[in-house]
Design a binder for this molecule. Structure first.
Ligand code: RIB
Length: 341
């Protein structure tokens, strides 16, 4: 369908294109009868102002780019919803980009957002992204990185204290008498996963429990990865009596595999997850987990970005905001049974 031009609106209203432009952009007072004729013509012709052209004139497009690694993961869905909600309330359109944990796709999306002249970007990286971030920040576009660590020189950072949260999760299982505690990790290169494993190891050391490297099995932060990792975990001898899984999507997959194997949760195996996505309470038994302040992380990220965009304060030193997770005890954990010792 051919796009209606500003010239056609001017002809229909019997005015100049300059007058039409002043009505669209409120850049000069136009007498009411003329203004109404222009508005009627725009309505009758279904004219849509060219927002990118207007953005070029104004130096802003009122759009924000949001790049996340996996929109199917409810953690990213919930944080994206919070960011979009607050951005919309503040008059910004949010362009959601799903990198699918793929660095090449992530780079292409960064090019797209730069070409669309977005006013700012919130970025949850799919892995080591310093090069991409360097490109973004040197373009002058304000950037806030959420959830995953990057050098502070490149952007504001809003993250969780993952090491302490990993410690708390593992300590909870130790306090229930578990000594054979497995750990299903996220992708190795992801900083939150590495920090949570650090906390897991520190809790074992503090309790005098020898760390068994065979008990660390890699996952991919997805349901399928949790099932696959648990299949391998069940083959270990002695079999763990408890498992700390580094996100809820994998924990739900792992518990599915345990039941398929003919074992019970928590009677035979206790589980602690991470994130506290809505699904954590929907599964049976409900999942004990480390609740991330997902809404707060989204809100702090978008508010930091809007402040940066509106003050255009790219020269201001970047901030690093560290949030805390909270242990939420549900039915997927219980005291170790005597037979395990
Ligand atoms: O569930 C996805 C995981 O990746 C979350 O734990 C979040 O912290 C992100 O790093």
């Amino acid at each position: 369908m051919k796009r209606v031009t500003i010239k056609e609106v001017a002809k229909s209203a019997g005015v100049s294109t300059t007058t039409v432009s002043h009505v669209i952009n409120n850049t000069r007072k136009v007498n009411e009868p003329t203004r109404q004729r222009v508005l009627d013509a725009m309505r009758d012709l279904n004219f849509q102002p060219n927002s990118v052209a207007r953005g070029l004139r104004r130096g802003e497009t009122k759009t924000i780019g949001l790049i996340v690694p996996d929109v199917a993961n409810l953690f990213f869905a919930e944080i994206s919803r919070q960011i979009e909600n607050i951005g919309y309330q503040q008059g910004y359109s949010v362009i959601l980009c799903n990198s699918d944990n793929n660095l090449e796709k992530q780079g292409e999306y960064i090019n797209t957002l730069m070409s669309k002249l977005v006013d700012g970007v919130i970025f949850i990286s799919a892995g080591d992204s310093s090069k991409e971030l360097q490109r973004l920040s040197s373009s002058g576009i304000p950037v806030v990185v959420a959830d995953r660590e990057v050098p502070l020189s490149l952007a504001d950072v809003v993250i969780l204290d993952n090491e302490t949260a990993g410690y708390t999760a593992t300590r909870h299982l130790i306090n229930l008498g578990h000594k054979h505690i497995g750990c299903i990790t996220g992708p190795q290169s992801i900083t939150p996963s590495m920090r949570r494993v650090d906390g897991y190891k520190r809790a074992l050391a503090d309790a005098g429990i020898t760390f068994n490297p065979d008990y660390i099995i890699s996952g991919n932060f997805q349901f399928s990865g949790g099932r696959q990792a648990m299949t391998n975990m069940l083959r270990l001898a002695p079999r763990p009596t408890a498992v700390f899984v580094l996100n809820d999507m994998m924990a739900i997959g792992a518990m599915t595999e345990v039941r398929r194997f003919g074992l019970r949760v928590p009677e035979d195996l206790s589980f602690v997850g991470f994130d506290d996505i809505e699904m954590a309470t929907a599964v049976i038994p409900a999942l004990t987990t480390l609740a991330q302040p997902i809404k707060e992380m989204g809100a702090v990220s978008i508010e930091l970005l809007i402040r940066k965009m509106q003050r255009n304060s790219s020269e201001e030193s970047n901030q690093r905001v560290v949030l805390q997770a909270e242990l939420v005890v549900r039915e997927s954990t219980q005291k170790v049974r005597d037979t395990h010792g």
